[in-house]
Design a protein around this ligand. Structure first.
Ligand code: NDP
Length: 244
C-alpha cells in the first residue's frame, strides 16, 4: 500500500470500478456508499480477494451531516496516513422541469454540496501533490430532460477549474472525468428498452456502450505521475459520442 484513496459511491457501477482499479494500482481504498452496505462489502471483498486493501464507509450524502460522517469514517480508516487521491463519484439522477423544491435540493445536496464540502473537509488530510478527480457527465454539453441533474454536473465542471487554481500552490491537481453512456444501475434502460444499446452504438464512434472500467482507467490516469502537468481540465470519456 503505497498510497491512499477515497472513492465516493464505490459500492456499485463506475465508483466500484474506480475503487478496484486504484486498489490494483496499490492504493488503500476507502469504499464509500450511501445505503447499500451489501454492495459496498462486495467491493471491499473483491479488492481483498485480488490482493488489495480497502475499508467501507457509510454516509448518506443527502443528509445534512453526511459529509461529517464520511470524513469521520475516512479519518478513522486512514489511521494517521495522509490522503493521496480523492474521487468524488457518488451522484443521483433526475429530475427535470417538473422537480419539486425538495427533489431539486436533494440532487444538489448529493451531487454538488457533498463534493464541495468533502474536498473542503478533506484538505487537512490531503497530502501536498495529491489528486482530486470529480466525476461529471456529458449532459453538460448535450441536452437531456433531467435538467436538474445536468445543472449539478455543470457546477462540478466549474468547481474543478476554480479549485485547480486555488489548490495549485499545494501541488494538488483537480480534474474532471466526464463519462458518456456507460452501463450501470443508473442506465438500466440500456438493457430494458428494446434496441437501446444498438441505438447507442450508432452514435458512438467506437461503436459500443461504455463500461465502468473504461471510466475507471481514465480516472487512474489522473492519479499517475504522467498527469502531473494537467489540472483544471474536463476529460470527456465516451468513445467518441455524437461526433457526427
Ligand atoms: P450508480 O447509480 O450505479 O451508483 C451510484 C453510487 O452513488 C452508488 O455507490 C450509491 O451508493 C452512491 N450514492 C447514491 N446516492 C447516494 C447518497 N445519497 N449518499 C451517498 N452515496 C450515494 O451510478 P453510476 O456508477 O452510473 O455513476 C457514477 C458517476 O458517474 C455519477 O457521478 C454519475 O453522475 C456519473 N455518470 C454516469 C453515467 C452513466 O452512463 N452511468 C454517465 C455520465 C456520468 P449506494 O450503493 O449505497 O446506493
Amino acid at each position: 500500500m503505497d498510497r491512499t484513496a477515497l472513492v465516493t459511491g464505490a459500492s456499485r457501477g463506475i465508483g466500484r470500478a474506480i475503487a478496484e482499479r486504484l486498489a490494483a494500482d496499490g492504493a488503500l481504498v476507502a469504499v464509500h456508499y450511501g445505503s447499500n452496505k451489501a454492495a459496498a462489502l462486495e467491493t471491499v471483498a473483491a479488492i481483498e480477494t485480488a490482493g488489495g486493501h480497502a475499508f467501507p464507509i457509510e454516509a448518506d450524502l443527502a443528509r445534512a451531516d453526511g459529509v461529517d460522517l464520511l470524513i469521520e469514517g475516512l479519518t478513522e480508516g486512514l489511521d494517521g496516513r495522509p490522503l493521496d487521491i480523492l474521487v468524488n463519484n457518488a451522484a443521483v439522477f433526475g429530475p427535470g422541469i417538473d422537480a419539486t423544491p425538495d427533489e431539486f435540493d436533494r440532487v444538489f445536496r448529493v451531487n454538488v454540496r457533498a463534493p464541495f464540502f468533502i474536498i473542503q473537509k478533506a484538505l487537512p488530510l490531503l497530502r501536498d501533490g495529491s489528486r482530486i478527480i470529480n466525476v461529471s457527465s456529458g449532459v453538460t454539453w448535450f441536452a437531456v430532460p433531467e435538467a436538474v441533474y445536468a445543472m449539478t454536473k455543470g457546477a462540478l465542471n466549474v468547481l474543478g477549474r476554480s479549485l485547480a487554481n486555488t489548490l495549485g500552490d499545494r501541488g494538488i491537481t483537480v480534474n474532471t472525468v466526464s463519462p458518456g453512456i456507460t452501463r450501470s444501475d443508473m442506465n438500466t434502460w440500456l438493457d430494458e428498452l428494446p434496441g437501446a444499446a444498438e441505438g447507442v452504438r450508432k452514435i458512438v464512434a467506437l461503436g459500443r456502450v461504455g463500461e465502468a472500467a473504461d471510466i475507471a482507467d481514465a480516472v487512474a490516469f489522473f492519479t499517475t505521475p504522467d498527469s502531473r502537468w494537467v489540472t483544471g481540465q474536463v476529460l470527456e470519456v465516451n468513445g467518441g459520442l455524437y461526433l457526427g
